[in-house]
Design a protein around this ligand. Structure first.
Ligand code: FEO
Length: 393
């Protein structure tokens, strides 16, 4: 049985096989559902459970850790990848009380039909003594849902952050052994789950700065003995600054839009603007989400399919709108045969972004001389906007 520290045991599960989270989000590296058993001198607490598909792993680990009884189950978050085993664990340990905030209690009752008398409701910054170990609860709403919270184990200076500061990464490492290997899974996780909540994340990072933290133990991915690594990364990703980068997702049916995307990419490179191009028919949406974390500008390329945008382009625009990246400028390029409303539709789908629309370039048929001039002008306008934003010279 692996220990995070004295009398703190890792009892969660590694999910090497899961490839799609929430039936949407690609997980190329799998994930883990971390759960920790803390044996205090007087009381024992279980921090979170695991996804229902891994309940047997959790029970096996609890037996190995010698968990004869459990006094408290701390529920940091109601989502089922951490709460899904709760009903079974409550049957196995009928003496246990679920310790959580009022909002999470309501959600756990709604989602898992847990009896009301099983709960102890705590307030922000309230403490819970386990004897020689003391948990302090820190409400961190919207890191991922409105009820999310963390626990700080005072004597060991460990922050149990649940989803916050995590990474979808199946690894046998209990602690991060290579920050380089964890960086991209952590950024992918931030992009897919946390990015819409960047403002609350900034507030919660500020709140956590009051604590002296030696270890951050999230509920997904390995724990951090160098907490500053993941705190600095989140500070950067959730910050308001954008970079001199364009994200250019496109789809093409007969190569006209592809020709435009390739030409615009080259034009941006010539002007010193970083560009990342994604062909949407074979896309890992997580890669697009990662690129959206930093980019100042998003340009979507779509042919006209019937009279509107190609569904793959509409899907990318819908995702970008939902993830609320901090992009400040958007545009559309594409080709049509006899009539089109594609640019208007895509602009409408992206309306949730607080971004300025740069005049789209929509051409009839295969692009030619005048159209390439229009794409050069679009590249010029993007560069000009980036200069005005102070992100390039
Ligand atoms: Fe890991 Fe929001 O659940």
């Amino acid at each position: 049985m692996r220990a995070l520290a004295d009398n703190i045991f890792a009892v969660g599960a590694i999910d090497w096989d899961l490839r799609l989270f929430d039936s949407l989000i690609p997980l190329p590296d799998g994930t883990s559902y971390n759960s920790f058993l803390i044996k205090g001198s007087e009381k024992t607490a279980l921090l979170d459970t695991v996804a229902p598909r891994k309940t047997d792993d959790l029970i096996g680990h609890l037996i190995s850790a010698g968990a004869g009884s459990i006094d408290y189950i701390i529920a940091h978050h109601a989502e089922q990848d951490h709460s899904g085993s709760l009903p079974d664990i409550l049957v196995l340990y009928p003496e246990a009380k679920v310790v959580t905030n009022a909002k999470c209690k309501g959600m756990l009752i709604d989602l898992l039909d847990i009896d009301e008398d099983k709960f102890i409701v705590i307030e922000d910054r309230q403490t819970l003594s386990l004897g020689d170990k003391t948990l302090e609860f820190v409400f961190t709403p919207w890191v991922h849902w409105p009820e999310t919270m963390c626990s700080y184990l005072k004597e060991d200076k460990i922050l149990f952050s649940c989803d916050f500061l995590g990474a979808h990464l199946a690894s046998s490492d209990l602690f991060v052994s290579s920050e380089r290997d964890v960086y991209e899974p952590a950024k992918r996780y931030f992009a897919e789950i946390m990015m819409p909540y960047s403002k609350p994340i900034r507030n919660n990072l500020k709140k956590l700065s009051e604590f002296e933290i030696d270890v951050i133990a999230p509920s997904h991915g390995p724990a951090h003995k160098n907490p500053q690594f993941i705190i600095d990364a989140y500070t950067d990703w959730a910050g308001e600054e954008v970079k001199n980068e364009v994200v250019l997702p496109y789809v093409s049916m007969h190569d006209s839009t592809k020709k435009m995307a390739d030409y615009l990419a080259d034009a941006l490179i010539e002007r010193g603007v970083k560009v990342t191009v994604f062909e949407l028919s074979k896309l890992d949406l997580g890669k697009l989400a990662i690129a959206l974390v930093d980019a100042a500008t998003v340009v979507i390329g779509s042919p006209t399919f019937l009279v509107g945008p190609h569904p793959f382009a509409a899907n990318a625009a819908f995702l970008a709108n939902a993830l609320r990246p901090k992009a400040r400028f958007i545009s559309v390029i594409g080709s049509y045969g006899w009539g089109t409303k594609a640019a208007g539709h895509l602009g409408g789908i992206l309306s949730g972004l607080k971004a300025e629309l740069i005049e789209p370039v929509i051409v009839k048929g295969y692009p030619r001389g005048e159209n390439f001039k229009q794409l050069d002008e679009l590249a010029d306008r993007i560069l000009e906007k980036h200069k005005e934003a102070g992100i390039c010279e």
